[in-house]
Design a binder for this molecule. Structure first.
Ligand SMILES: C[S@@+](CC[C@H](N)C(=O)[O-])C[C@H]1O[C@@H](n2cnc3c(N)ncnc32)[C@H](O)[C@@H]1O
Length: 371
């Protein structure tokens, strides 16, 4: 009999984790000895990387006032962060703000009595954060330009904070990775983080309007009397993720698909795989998923981006899928996986959906770039 080599359970886990670069220490904890690592390097299967590379448009996006103002004017977001910072920061604290942007969270920390705030910023927005802190007489704030992941600090900090939520949370994996580095290196035992945790949700959606305007519906029916369905069948056009304001009444069933602990977890938690059922008690149409997330900023203080509450600049994310009819009392089952496409430097989210009596393995996987 021919013997074959396959992945063990921990091998599968290691490969999944390796989608994001890891340190040698992390690899050793997962059982990959130095000699095994050397052999993999010699075989050209893994390589030394100088660190995580930021997404391509990082500098452009965050160095503009258009982007920073878009976050500042979102007052449910900004005021919720201020409340959490008031809870976390005590007089005289040393606070590190990972990704300060305009400097607003550092200003909140200084106003809450922090003795020293190190405001770390990658882009040229650092100059503005410095200028605005000075203009407001906030001498506790020192702005440091560069990749926060390289920041060595000034002793142990009482609070490490940052606003690293992408439009559907996990886009800002690179920023979260830097937060983790700073937290693990510099947060004192018993120190506090803001935010503390997050939960990621998907809701099955039944909306002919969304399906037609943003999803698979448009090319699925005659276009001014002509058959355009080949555009979808050929794969020449695949509807991508849309950021939009969803209608509450179009949501059929909401499920939590992942949760993240910002005090103990790390960016590899953003690479996950899960299977979830979405129930249709009254039956209806399935037109894809609406995604949102909740941030737990301080104990019990939740900032939700769901469509049932005050709108934030994150809105919701629509993941269009081909339409399916779901009979009453039945469900659609989804296999979901997130990963970082290191070549494209972007987080991606892949969805397979099966109805009753269908196997998930035989369904097409729809991959969405979270850009
Ligand atoms: C979502 S914005 C938040 C800005 C500000 N803290 C706020 O709440 O309005 C994220 C900011 O973090 C910065 N950033 C992301 N990753 C960083 C890193 N590794 N090092 C330094 N700054 C980073 C970005 O340039 C951007 O200005």
């Amino acid at each position: 009999m021919v013997s074959r080599i396959g992945l063990t359970r921990s091998g599968r886990r290691l490969l999944s984790d390796l989608r994001m670069a890891m340190t040698r220490e992390d690899l050793e904890v997962r059982g990959l000895t130095d000699s095994a690592l050397q052999a993999l390097i010699a075989a050209g299967l893994v390589e030394e990387q100088s660190g995580l590379v930021p997404p391509q448009d990082y500098q452009d996006t965050f160095s503009s006032w258009r982007s920073q103002k878009g976050m500042l004017v979102d007052d449910p977001r900004t005021l919720a962060f201020e409340r959490a910072i008031q809870t976390a920061v005590r007089p005289g604290d040393y606070v590190i703000d990972v990704g300060t942007g305009s400097g607003i969270l550092s200003m909140f920390a200084a106003r809450s009595g922090a003795g020293k705030v190190h405001a770390l910023e990658y882009t040229a927005m650092a100059d503005w954060a410095e200028r605005l802190a000075a203009a407001n007489g906030l001498t506790a704030i020192q702005v440091i330009r560069g990749d926060a992941a390289d920041y060595q600090g000034d002793g142990l900090a009482d609070v490490v904070m940052g606003e690293f939520a992408g439009m559907w949370l996990i886009e800002e994996w690179w920023h979260y990775a830097a937060f983790v580095k700073v937290r693990d290196r510099l947060l004192r035992p018993g120190g506090r983080v803001v935010p503390q945790a997050a939960r990621l949700f998907l809701s099955a959606v039944d909306s002919r309007k969304l399906h037609y305007e943003r999803g698979w519906g448009f090319f699925d029916q005659p276009v001014y009397g002509f058959d355009f369905s080949d555009v979808l069948r050929s794969g020449a056009h695949r509807p991508g993720r849309y950021v939009l304001s969803a209608e509450w009444r179009s949501l059929v069933c909401t499920q939590e698909i992942a949760r993240f602990d910002y005090l103990r977890g790390n960016e590899r938690d953003y690479v996950f795989e899960t299977e979830v059922a979405f129930d249709y008690p009254a039956g209806g149409m399935f037109h894809g998923f609406i995604g949102h997330f909740d941030l737990e900023l301080a104990p019990g203080q939740i900032l939700s981006t769901s469509c049932g509450v005050r709108e934030t600049h994150w809105h919701q994310s629509y993941f269009p899928m081909p339409a399916r009819h779901v009979p009453p009392g039945q469900s659609v089952v989804a296999r979901l996986r997130s990963f970082i496409d290191t070549d494209a430097r972007v987080a991606k989210f892949a969805i397979r959906v099966a109805g009753v009596g269908e196997s998930l393995d035989s369904q097409a996987e729809h991959v969405f770039a979270l850009e």
